[in-house]
Design a protein around this ligand. Structure first.
Ligand code: GZL
Ligand code: ZN
Length: 348
């Protein structure tokens, strides 16, 4: 909990200030009562004695296996034993819920705010409010496009342009190996949440490679919101509209699972000996099993284990050290050739 000029107002003064805040919050009057949404519980805040670093975390949702693993990684790092008190809020993929949660954290005067922006735009105002309140903001996973980069202290996540390029480079090498580099290749793309860094950057990265091949034709790129249900729906539309699809690119495994359901229903096979080449992203365990079985040709890892990185960044900030603005997590590319050695140790 952050208090101005600790030595002046002392412990008694701090208690009075805390009491005043709680009376506002509890009485439902004063400036804060309408911004603390239902899942940000102020009465849980620890008292000063515990000397915990209080962190407000606005997670964008729980739309995918990857997202669940990302949340767990952060909750497992920012524990009381490690010196933290974590306020967790699930925005259910709605930007207004994230903005409400961040305002709730500001009114609680947390020490740090971390959040994964559901889409890149629309954050300048609320992050300016956090800056005015003197609360450092750490972005995790996805990015925010901001007028003023000083509105966040650090970002931890993946280089998703590189992820998109890895998919393109793998496809180049695969088609070469198969003697198909001159063939007309028809490609459809299941995109993630429109306007999210993952969707924007994976699309850009793949296109960086695709534009080098005039015989690669991206027939359609359609958003399917990173969910299995939408992935199935969009794949059904692709199968209805196109008779010759050579490659499906799915920007996360959850959509891949849906697309596979749709193709199975049409008796279409995928993967190593299949009708359609299937490229996926995230590399969650369930998908890696399918890579091992040769049903998904390649899975580009997007590493959700970002909790430790965030804990280190906060610890450095707490001890007055400087931190890197951009912190990229390590990631691999999984194919049938290398996946089995990683399967047993996969934590998510
Ligand atoms: C990627 C992350 C994406 C995952 C999806 O960093 O933002 O969001 O690829 C998740 O599974 O929904
Ligand atoms: Zn073809």
């Amino acid at each position: 909990m952050k208090f101005p000029n600790k030595n002046i107002i002392g412990r008694f003064g701090r208690m009075m200030l805390l009491l005043l805040c709680f009376s506002f919050l509890m009485a439902g009057c004063g400036p804060f009562q309408d911004v603390v949404p239902e899942d940000v519980h102020s009465e849980d805040i620890p008292d000063e004695e515990e000397n915990l670093v209080v962190v407000g975390f606005s997670q964008l949702g729980s739309e995918s296996v990857w997202r669940t693993a990302n949340s767990e990684s952060i909750q497992e790092a920012l524990t009381r034993e490690n010196g933290f008190f974590l306020e967790f809020s699930n925005a259910r993929q709605k930007q207004e819920n994230q903005i409400k949660a961040i305002r709730g954290f500001i009114s609680q005067r947390v020490d740090y705010i971390i959040f994964s922006p559901v889409t890149e735009s629309g954050w300048d105002t609320v992050l300016q409010e956090a800056k005015d309140a003197g609360i450092p903001v750490i972005l995790v996973d996805r990015k925010a496009s901001l007028e003023d980069d000083s509105l966040y202290t650090a970002w931890v996540g993946s280089d998703m342009i590189s992820e998109g390029e890895k998919a393109g480079i793998w496809l180049e090498e695969y088609l070469q190996k198969e003697g198909r580099e001159e063939e007309e290749i028809n490609i459809v793309v299941l995109q993630g949440t429109v306007g999210s860094s993952a969707q924007l950057e994976r699309t850009t990265g793949f296109q960086n490679i695709a534009r080098k091949h005039s015989n690669w034709h991206i027939l359609k790129q359609e958003p399917a919101d990173f969910t299995t249900a939408k992935g199935k729906e969009v794949m059904e539309m692709f199968l209805k509209n196109y008779t010759d699809i050579d490659v499906v690119i799915s920007q996360n495994d959850d959509m891949t699972f849906g697309a596979l359901q749709a193709m199975d229903e049409e008796g279409i096979t995928t993967g190593v000996d299949g009708d359609i080449i299937l490229i996926s992203f995230d590399a969650v365990r369930e998908a890696l099993e399918l890579v091992s079985q040769g049903i998904i040709n390649v899975d580009i890892e997007c590493n959700p284990e970002q909790g430790e990185y965030i804990m280190e960044i906060i610890r450095k900030l707490e001890s007055g050290e400087s931190v890197d603005k951009e912190n990229i997590v390590e990631e691999k590319v999984f194919t049938q050739e290398n996946v089995d050695e990683y399967l047993d140790t996969r934590t998510y």
